[in-house]
Ligand binder design. Structure first.
Ligand code: BGP
Length: 470
């Protein structure tokens, strides 16, 4: 048995990690344009001012803004059925507060979408992939302000009106649950972790995003009833370190800050289990009249998630640390680990797919999954990335098992189908692509594209609708 007919195989990227041209054609600065290379300066020690002695990878990235035709031709050669990319809000509304959109920004995405459709590739558009206009960060502290809801709505409506009939799939916010772990990435807000109202600010910003997401779903359906719109999580499951019931409870608890978000956008109401947390952290979410009804009436058509790793958690305070992309926990000695400490767990994907389908019984779209590794150009001029092929094969097999289990999966878009700037570290060296981009961590290189061995592998996999991996 193979994959369902019309299964959406493809790849995924984000504007700030690929486009470059960060001030071209009227684009304003975005929250990511002030993040230099280096994990500390991207995730902890953040400044919204440019320091001319530092290198900012999003400013040029891989120049997809100019190379999209050539790159899309390569995606088409692999046989992509779908391509996930994000629109940079600051290309459309450079400061976020204009009343009229920037026509050059819209024209650019029109051209990208037309190019995709020319090859029969469905665009899957993320409205916000960590990309708020910087001016809104400086003026309102991002999503902590209710103002963001109104401005995001103006932007989303502009997108639907422009791309009506051409874009069939949307996602509102990339990995919306990252806000509670990485407030700048997920919520474009700068918060002081030691402040007594830290949790209040986080969950107030989360409420604003959830309301904005529901509003975006409502307006998408009104403007383009043929489109489908999903909500997205940074996915992953938690295992208990031992069979000690306290550890098992920790594993249950560890997933709640994430399902808190998906419960709202999939079920339409705030879950019971956060009430205690809010009480104990003096969180009181300020709502406007109609917010709860809006959330109730406008849930997502599908659940989208990224999946990179699982987490192991324990009740022992000594065991608290972070591994992988945002997963709190300790290392799992039974799993292999990437050079960046992300643990490889294809079975975790099958378990997570089952868990989430059981929870919501709505179609699932795996919109990110992939292996970040250092690639080397061999003497023959090619990149022999058998480790990436192995990773892909195992995850595709796990996904297939989940389909046999009965989970409804719409598609799979491999993350960073072309090498791009790493979100967490800003490096180019952490490569995910089937297509190599000749560019290093400091922005040196020809930007030439070279097919890796995984390119041919993925092409065959899509051609056989997954059968070649099984
Ligand atoms: C996800 C983000 C992506 C992406 C990916 C890999 O959390 O949505 O933007 O980059 O992780 O992470 P990294 O680039 O840090 O390896």
């Amino acid at each position: 048995m193979s994959f369902p007919e019309h299964f959406l195989w493809g790849g995924a990227i984000a504007a700030n990690q690929t486009e470059g041209a960060y001030l071209e054609d009227g684009k304003g600065m975005s929250q990511m344009d002030v993040l230099p290379c280096g994990i500390m300066k991207r995730l902890m020690d953040i400044s919204t001012e440019i320091d001319s002695s530092l290198y900012y990878p999003s400013h040029e990235a891989i120049d997809f803004y100019h190379t999209y035709k050539e790159d899309i031709r390569l995606f088409a050669e692999m046989g992509f059925k779908v391509f996930r990319f994000s629109v940079a809000w600051s290309r459309i509304f450079p400061t976020g507060e204009e009343t009229e959109p920037n026509e050059a920004g819209l024209a650019h995405y029109d051209a990208v979408i037309d190019e995709l459709l020319r090859y029969g590739i469905e665009p899957l558009v993320t409205l916000s992939h960590y990309e708020m206009p910087l001016s809104l960060v400086r003026k309102y502290n991002g999503w902590t302000s209710r103002k963001a809801v109104e401005l995001f709505d103006r932007y989303a409506v502009t997108i639907y009106r422009r791309f009506k009939g051409k874009v069939k799939y949307y996602i509102t916010f990339n990995e919306i649950n990252t806000l509670q772990l990485m407030p700048y990435l997920g919520g474009a807000c700068l918060l002081d972790k030691s402040s007594p109202d830290y949790q209040q600010q986080i969950y107030q910003a989360a409420h604003h995003q959830l309301v904005a997401s529901a509003m975006a779903m409502k307006h998408c359906r009104e403007i383009d009833p043929d489109a489908e719109i999903g909500g997205m999580l940074a996915g992953g499951i938690s295992y208990a370190k031992t069979t000690l019931p306290d550890d098992v409870w920790m594993a249950v608890r560890n997933e709640r800050p994430s399902t808190y978000f998906s419960d709202v956008f999939m079920k339409g109401s705030y879950p019971y289990y956060m009430k205690r947390f809010f009480r104990e952290h003096q969180v009181e979410i300020r709502m406007e009249d109609g917010d709860l009804q809006l959330l109730k009436d406008n849930t997502a058509d599908f659940l989208a998630f990224s999946y990179y790793n699982s987490a192991v958690v324990s009740s022992d305070p000594k065991d608290q640390c972070v591994v992988g992309n945002f997963a709190r926990g300790v290392m799992n000695p039974l799993l292999e680990t990437s050079e960046w400490g992300w643990q490889i767990d294809p079975m975790g994907l099958r378990i997570y797919l089952n868990k989430m389908y059981e929870r919501y019984e709505k179609p699932i779209f795996i919109v990110e999954n992939g292996f970040g590794a250092k690639d080397v150009i061999a003497e023959d001029g090619y990149i022999h990335d058998d480790y990436r092929i192995d990773y892909l094969k195992k995850h595709v097999m796990a996904m297939h098992e989940a389909i046999l289990d009965g989970v409804e999966i719409m598609g799979y878009t491999s993350w960073g189908c072309i090498d791009l700037v790493s979100c967490s570290t800003g490096e180019m060296a952490k490569r995910y692509g089937f297509i190599y981009v000749d560019r290093d961590n400091n922005g040196n290189g020809s930007n030439a594209r070279i097919k890796k061995d995984s390119f041919d592998y993925y092409q065959k996999l899509i051609e056989s609708n997954g059968a070649s991996a099984l």
